[in-house]
Design a protein around this ligand. Structure first.
Ligand SMILES: Nc1ncnc2c1ncn2[C@@H]1O[C@H](COP(=O)(O)OP(=O)(O)O)[C@@H](O)[C@H]1O
Ligand SMILES: [Mg+2]
Length: 392
């Protein structure tokens, strides 16, 4: 074995630039193979049974209603099975779920998915929730407030390549824009629009405190809250993905939200860090709001047991702590740990990105069903929040 001299092993800034360029090149090529042929993501199609399930109907009722000719008929595939596109499926959902959708005089409910820690499935949860709600007929806006842009990537956009700084919330943070509308783009998923993120968003962490010093009456914590005011009238649900820190941007996301979802894997370290999250948030809220005679309440705060490993005996103990600590905030559903959602190609998507008809693996089905239950529970909370808004 040859031992390289310490001089040879030293890494210069130029070396780092070279390797970072190589990483970008590899990511580019990986993306084009994974998202081939057109390097863009595609939404899945749906069978008659799946459309029926979304609408709460029997399959026969779909066939019967199709004869009326006023709803999308889908297309016959090679096996003479009817296939509905995502946008067709949403039209059906809107026809049959009108009572579950946003009342005319209500505004979008904003939900932040947050936790101090990275890797607890915040981004996966945010995207899955957006897809599940849009499938049920809701119009969703997702806003990526994490400079790492993982949510942006899950929507098939590479933060460094496909996203310009002007298309992020940076304009709000610098004050050149007041409403987030300038940054909204459609996605491959009908019914979900996105405000993407890229690395330049990091500079918001300098811009916001600096404006706080120089601009009288500026409230750095209300920039996003004010920025989404118009969007609240154009969407049913707004979902904010956040970075794994209580940054200036995360504080903006939390204070813009009506509901909060904290994915929490049942591990000791994740549990203790979740306690620190709330301590810090409470201190901040006292400083920014209570001490100024203001207050803040959430329509709902959910703790979502995530990436639960049924083979891990210690997790059941931590699960008990979590239930004892968070009591009825804990959603009555667990997202199982599945190797499938962690596989390389699946990292470009969620359970909803797989053709539902191709789901046959039992573990995948369990994850899919668990997410469906989460979407159902959160939709119920959204509906309650709408009722509060309109005083019903
Ligand atoms: N149910 C699951 N089981 C196993 N791995 C998962 C599951 N959900 C997400 N993952 C993987 O865990 C990693 C972190 O997820 P991510 O959503 O990016 O977390 P965060 O946004 O909190 O950093 C990703 O590689 C993701 O594919
Ligand atoms: Mg993330």
């Amino acid at each position: 074995m040859t031992i390289t001299s310490s001089k040879d092993a030293r890494v210069s800034l130029e070396d780092l630039i070279t390797s970072s360029n190589r990483v970008s090149a590899v990511i580019e090529s990986v993306r084009s193979t994974m998202l081939a042929p057109d390097a863009r993501k595609k939404a899945p199609t749906f069978t008659t049974s799946q459309v029926a399930a979304v609408c709460g109907l029997e399959k026969a009722a779909i066939d019967y209603r199709i004869k009326k000719g006023d709803l999308p008929t889908g297309q016959m595939d090679d096996g003479r099975r009817r296939k509905f596109s995502l946008s067709d499926t949403r039209v059906w959902a809107q026809a049959y779920r009108s009572k579950s959708l946003r009342p005319n005089n209500a505004e979008a409910i904003t939900i932040a998915v947050a936790n101090f820690k990275g890797g607890v499935t915040k981004t996966t949860t945010a995207v899955t929730l957006a897809q599940g709600l849009s499938l049920r007929g809701h119009k969703v806006l997702v806003i990526d407030t994490d400079p790492q842009g993982s949510m942006t990537t899950l929507f098939g956009l590479l933060p460094d390549v496909d996203v310009s700084d002007e298309k992020t919330i940076l304009g709000l943070c610098y004050g050149s824009e007041l409403a987030v509308d300038y940054a909204i783009s459609p996605t491959y998923w009908s019914g979900i629009d996105i405000v993407p993120a890229n690395l330049a968003l990091y500079s918001a962490e300098f811009a916001l405190p600096s404006r706080q010093k120089t601009e009288p009456n500026f409230e750095f914590w209300n920039v996003l809250n004010n920025g989404i005011d118009v969007a609240r009238t154009n969407y049913d649900v707004i979902i904010l993905d956040t970075s794994p820190s209580l940054s200036y941007l995360t504080i903006n996301a939390l204070l813009a939200s009506d509901g909060l979802i904290m994915p929490l894997p049942p591990s000791t370290l994740d549990f203790t860090s979740s306690g620190q999250f709330w301590n810090l948030f409470n201190d901040l809220a006292a400083n920014l709001l209570t001490n100024r005679g203001k207050s803040k309440s959430f329509d709902f705060v959910d703790v979502l047991l995530a990436r639960v490993d049924s083979n891990d005996s210690s997790s059941s103990v931590v699960r008990e702590w979590i239930t004892a600590a968070y009591a009825n905030m804990v959603l009555p559903v667990e997202i199982p740990k599945t190797s499938l959602t962690a596989s390389a190609s699946a990292e470009f998507g969620t359970v909803y990105d797989t053709e539902p008809s191709s789901i046959n693996s039992r573990t995948y089905r369990r994850a899919y069903d668990a997410y469906e239950r989460v979407v159902e529970l959160v939709e119920g909370q959204i509906q309650t929040a709408w009722k509060r808004q309109i005083g019903a």
